[in-house]
Design a binder for this molecule. Structure first.
Ligand code: PRP
Ligand code: URA
Length: 209
């Protein structure tokens, strides 16, 4: 069964409040999403395996730790997931970045795929899917299914805000995928928006609508 982790760090919750605020404009919104993604990346990568390496410090030879084996791929769900990538590659600069393009049909709320480009060795990588919003869960479920079809074996999902309904759907569809969020909100409204949420993440990031 998926593990669901809410990363309720004071800095993350403070910044999330600013992100939610309707008065926050695109420039600040983008910067805050990037900062929160960076802070969350710290927790999402907590269990990455380490190995011992011997190095020479200016003083002596020392056995120290370094990330072992498994390499990371960050896969944003376009468009909004892209807003989280900058913060994450600051912390994991060797990560490769894949892209999955999905948009939610406004009437059916079902995701429609329009782009997919992944690192060739995706099956060997620890994949972190990013999307600020987990609403009905349809986009995350389809993106993860696509990744599995392309060979990915180790996948985790990282979102800023989720609705309980969407979290449950992803857990049912992909019980092997752990989910990390800054907040699980109250519910979805009749238009499929998260309440209280933060509105349309893609539009707020890129100033569209
Ligand atoms: C938003 C969001 C998620 C999706 C969540 O994207 O970024 O990808 O909706 O909804 P779901 O859980 O019900 O599938 P949107 O389709 O608006 O596209 P955009 O990122 O290009 O704005
Ligand atoms: N997509 C968004 O951008 N916001 C929501 O609240 C739901 C889906």
């Amino acid at each position: 069964m998926s593990k669901v982790t809410q990363i309720a760090h004071p800095l993350i919750l403070h910044k999330l409040t600013l992100i939610r605020d309707r008065e926050t404009g695109s420039k600040d919104f983008r910067e805050l999403v990037e900062e929160v993604a960076m802070l969350m990346a710290y927790e999402v990568t907590r269990d990455l395996p380490l190995e011992d390496v011997e190095i020479k410090t200016p003083i002596c030879t020392a056995t120290c730790k370094k990330l072992a084996g498994k390499k990371v791929a960050i896969v944003p769900i376009l468009r909004a997931g892209l807003g989280m990538v900058g913060g994450m590659i600051k912390l994991i600069p060797a990560a490769k970045v894949g892209h999955i393009g999905l948009y939610r049909d406004e009437k059916t709320l079902k995701p429609v795929e329009y782009f997919c480009k992944l690192p060739q060795d995706i099956e060997e990588r620890e994949v972190i899917v990013t999307d600020p919003m987990l609403a009905t869960g349809g986009s995350a479920i389809d993106a993860i299914s696509l990744l599995k079809k392309k060979g990915a074996k180790h996948i985790r999902l990282m979102c800023l805000v989720g609705a309980p309904e969407g979290v449950k759907e992803v857990m049912n569809a992909h019980p092997d995928v752990d989910i990390y969020l800054a907040s699980v909100d109250e519910k979805l409204n009749e238009d499929g928006y998260i309440v209280p949420g933060l509105g349309d993440a893609g539009d707020r990031l890129y100033g569209t609508k």
